[in-house]
Write a protein that binds this ligand. Structure first.
Ligand code: ADP
Ligand code: MG
Ligand code: MG
Length: 883
């Protein structure tokens, strides 16, 4: 095994592809050296040394010492110095670097090799005593902090005390003698804290630092970070040892960081900061205010401190040239670290830069347009989930935020409006043209119309999978849930938080991306759906195989789905239409009826309303497929709950309060999720399915006439476990179709299919597909029934399950490929056995989750269906799955 990889002087033993071995930093230092860029020479101990270290009781391979000595000698030859030489010492930095950039690992130690003797030599050689002692005090601070465990605040206190005693404010005010005195104090402090002196032998210093890097792989911070980001412990970290270059040698020296493009906007322009006469992390540490790199940025910021472009024009030009070269070489925006020593530029790091979602999109599209990457690569560069941030209005980053409370970021985007405390009020005010935020302790299905009317939803109770959160995400409305500090008083129509009271009509802004609740109207930025977004989506559409449909039932949602590029509706939940103000009474009348005649009378009132809904939906979708699911939820969800509501309904329907209460008791279920719902309702009350089927078919005939486009409805039966169930309901639907054909003289084209959302249905898919013409996997219910977990009750234990590593991700967020996915695969295979061309899709929250979309592509589904706002995410995820 090779234990040491050298780099420097225009060549290297490593290269950027060797990231697993050399870590990100080491691999890129080698690559830059190979490119002939000015990189201080050095060497990398690969991750294999780390693996060896832990496999052998924290010891090193026998050859390592000699190999390091040889590598150090090479560095010395290139720099004309010798490590540990009292007259002409080589100083180095020791830098950790794992495969994935990992906070929690050891910090870098600079200026290693300095001691009481070598510091004098450095002073003499540089003819700069101040520089030498400034470096030494930095070294003692860093080494003590990261290697010896003597916290840096000790040294900062000593420095502050010294400065105030001597009337200095800035570090740059201190002279060589000041630093020399401080070095004495620093060393005394180390002696005091550790009971032994600061190590003077450069070899001890070096191996101390190397050991600290490997040791830090197993510190608590690193372990936690690895767990949170699923980084395997077996990867290990590399160590880089590199000759020092000095940014602290006076006015022609500097240190800085830069991005080749603006990481927040994506604009193609060098972006960064630097500090004259400084070292290492001074720029980010905020000790002095850094200066802009370019004149353009300096002017834009209105700064009077000179830019690098004007202060160090030669080094700047060189840096500009190199940053362009690196971007072209890596074919991506780079994050760079550099130092200028007496006018000469040195490169110390390059890597792909972190960026916002907005910048990511712009950079990908522009790199493709510049010919640096292909359109397919651009499609692969953007994280689909990050699009969520771009599709909603966002709080202007420059705006002032008066945070009154913080809850969970339940559904992204920002919204502002007058607060209201009831769904009805929201609807009324919206009709008058007022924007509202619906504030509830928590929401229930009866609040849907108010949620639709509101700009955003705020609740004081409930988690990320609460009703408010799930429905809001489905609607693409901003939502902050579970803001526990809020006291909501429905009677007084007030909201109190930390002694501040907001009345009905007061304006609040919510930020569903951060969970913040803000006072007043905060300025926002509207999403930009044209430009780069549209371009990238177009490229994605060329690549993907999966079709993308939307879950939608209201005209507004259907239009939005179309505008986001949906290719049909995969799930239209008819029950959402039942809650609308105009119809809930007829629905309740139907449920309260004791006999079929009574139910039919109520259903007759509902029929024209449902038909109108479907006509509008078909018109908007203009011939694209529309899947309509028959009534699914338990009937008691439609009954009134509070005494006041019951009294109200009793009066409106002219029935006794007792009658409603009796029906409530009759319909009460211990476990409604597994109760009287889905096709079970259609089997007990076929007249309901008959009315719905009739409404669908009549609407199809009307819409086809109106638009001139053939309408092919897909009627979907929910929650079947057996073929017999499906056949009974199918017969009702077929009969309704015949009746409509006879009455209208039109010829209908339609399909009848089923949800596969119970394990039994997946297992018996072969026989079910004999009569069912399509399957839509309802992976929400399938997850509940496969896992035996109720989604509404999962909050208390699923979180800890994820934390303990029992499950990797919440199966309601991302499909459980091993279990639920297996059932989907079985359903696909067996369904195709009896109907090879059966149309297959999924609906539910998973349809908008990129990992789940990839799974759907892999098992060969025809489409995924998701909420309208997630359609672009699904389009991009489907494209990436196909790449
Ligand atoms: P991080 O991973 O925290 O960025 P680095 O190893 O990149 O840590 O080091 C941080 C900073 O230290 C660098 O940006 C650079 O300014 C400085 N530095 C590291 N090595 C050297 C060196 N050989 N010469 C001069 N400065 C260095
Ligand atoms: Mg760095
Ligand atoms: Mg279901």
């Amino acid at each position: 095994t090779k234990w040491v990889y050298s780099f420097g002087d225009g060549k290297a033993e490593g290269k950027s592809e060797m990231r697993n071995l050399l870590g990100g930093k080491g691999a890129n230092l080698a690559e830059m050296a190979n490119l002939g860029l000015p990189v201080p020479p050095g060497f990398t101990l690969p991750t294999e040394v780390c693996t060896y270290y832990y496999a052998h009781g924290e010891t090193y391979p026998a050859e390592l010492k000699g190999d390091v000595e040889a590598a150090l000698a090479k560095v010395g030859a290139l720099t004309g110095k010798t490590f540990g030489d009292p007259a002409n010492p080589l100083l180095v930095s020791v830098r950790s670097g794992a495969r994935a950039s990992m906070p929690g690992m050891m910090d870098t130690v600079l200026n290693l090799g300095l001691n009481d003797e070598t510091v004098e030599a450095v002073a003499k050689l540089a003819n700069d005593r101040r520089f030498a002692f400034d470096s030494y005090r930095r070294f003692i601070t860093m080494y003590s902090d990261v290697v010896l465990g003597v916290d840096h605040h000790h040294f900062e206190e000593i420095l502050e005390h010294y400065k105030s005693q001597h009337g200095h404010t800035l570090d740059t005010d201190l002279s060589a003698d000041d630093w020399a005195k401080l070095v004495v104090e620093y060393k005394a402090k180390v002696q005091q804290e550790l009971g032994k002196p600061f190590p003077q032998d450069p070899q001890d210093q070096l191996w101390g630092a190397i050991g600290a890097v490997f040791g830090s792989w197993m510190n608590q911070r690193a372990i936690t970070y690895r767990r949170l980001h699923s980084i395997p412990e077996s990867w290990g970290t590399a160590v880089n040892v590199q000759a020092m270059v000095f940014g602290n040698m006076g006015e022609t020296s500097a240190t800085g960081v830069a991005f080749t493009r603006n990481p927040s906007t994506g604009e193609k322009a060098l972006y960064g900061e630097f500090l004259v006469n400084a070292q290492g992390e001074d720029v980010v540490a905020g000790i002095r205010t850094p200066q802009d790199l370019t004149e353009r940025a300096r002017k834009a910021a209105g700064s009077d401190k000179p830019s690098m472009e004007s202060a160090l024009p030669e080094a700047f030009k060189e840096f500009e040239r190199i940053s362009n070269a690196l971007e072209t070489h890596y074919r991506d925006m780079q994050d760079l670290e550099f130092t200028v020593e007496k006018g000469k530029l040195w490169m110390l790091q390059t890597r792909s830069g972190k960026r916002t979602a907005k910048a990511s999109l712009r950079i990908a599209v522009e790199l493709a347009n510049e010919g640096l990457i292909s359109q397919e690569e651009a499609v692969g560069r953007v994280d689909p989930a990050s699009l969520d941030q771009l599709l909603h209005p966002a709080i202007d980053p420059k705006a002032e935020r008066k945070v009154v409370a913080t809850g969970l970021p339940a559904s992204p985007g920002a919204a502002a409006g007058s607060i209201v405390f009831s769904a009805d009020e929201a609807e009324t005010l919206k009709a008058q043209g007022t924007k509202v935020i619906l504030v509830r302790v928590e929401t229930s299905p009866e609040d849907i119309h108010g949620m639709h009317a509101a700009e955003g939803i705020l609740t004081s109770r409930g988690g990320m999978t609460s009703h408010a959160a799930v429905v809001a995400r489905g609607m693409g409305k901003p939502c902050v849930s579970g803001a526990g500090a809020l006291r909501i008083d429905y009677n007084a129509q007030t909201l109190t938080v930390n002694g501040q009271t907001f009345k009905k009509g007061d304006i609040l802004t919510i930020d569903g991306s951060t969970g913040q609740v803000l006072a007043g109207l905060v300025p926002m930025q509207q999403p930009e759906l044209s430009g780069e977004f549209a371009t990238l989506m177009g490229w994605a559409d060329k690549v993907r195989r999966l079709k993308i449909r939307a879950n939608a039932e209201t005209p507004a949602d259907a239009r939005m789905a179309r505008s986001f590029g949906a290719e049909g509706i995969g799930l239209s939940r008819t029950e959402h239409m039942f809650f609308d103000a105009g119809r809930i009474l007829a629905v309740r009348e139907m449920i309260l009826s004791d006999d079929e005649a009574g139910r039919r009378a109520a259903l007759a009132k509902l029929l024209p309303m449902q038909r109108d809904d479907f006509v509008e939906l078909f018109e908007i979708m203009k011939g694209l497929p529309v899947t309509i699911r028959l009534l699914d939820p338990p009937l008691h969800e439609f009954l009134p709950h509070t005494d006041a509501e019951v009294a109200d309904v009793a009066k409106s329907l002219g029935v006794d309060v007792e009658r409603i209460e009796r029906r409530q008791k009759e319909l009460h279920e211990v476990n409604p999720m597994l109760g009287f719902r889905g096709c079970r309702i259609a089997i007990a009350f076929p007249e309901i399915a008959e009315m719905q089927a009739r409404a669908i078919f009549e609407a199809a005939v009307i819409a086809a006439k109106k638009t001139g486009e053939a309408v092919v409805p897909e009627v979907m039966v929910p929650l079947i476990a057996t073929k017999a169930e499906f056949d009974i309901v199918n017969a009702v639907i077929q009969k309704a179709a015949k009746a409509v054909e006879e009455e209208t003289g039109a010829k209908l084209t339609f399909q009848v299919g089923t949800m596969i959302e119970l394990p039994r249905a997946a297992l018996r898919a072969k026989e079910i597909a004999e009569t069912a013409e399509f399957f839509s996997f309802g992976t929400n219910d399938l997850t509940q029934t496969c896992y035996g977990v109720s989604r509404d009750d999962a909050g208390t234990f699923l979180g800890p399950y994820v934390q303990k590593g029992i499950i990797e991700v919440d199966p309601f967020v991302s499909i459980d490929v091993d279990g639920v996915g297996e059932l989907v695969k079985i359903g696909v295979e067996r369904g195709r056995q009896s109907r090879p061309n059966i149309k297959l899709g999924i609906c539910g929250e998973h349809g908008g989750d990129p990992a789940s979309v990839a799974f759907c592509d892999q098992v060969g589904l025809d489409y995924v269906s998701c909420s309208p706002f997630r359609v672009p995410i699904a389009r991009l995820a489907a494209a990436q799955a196909a790449l």
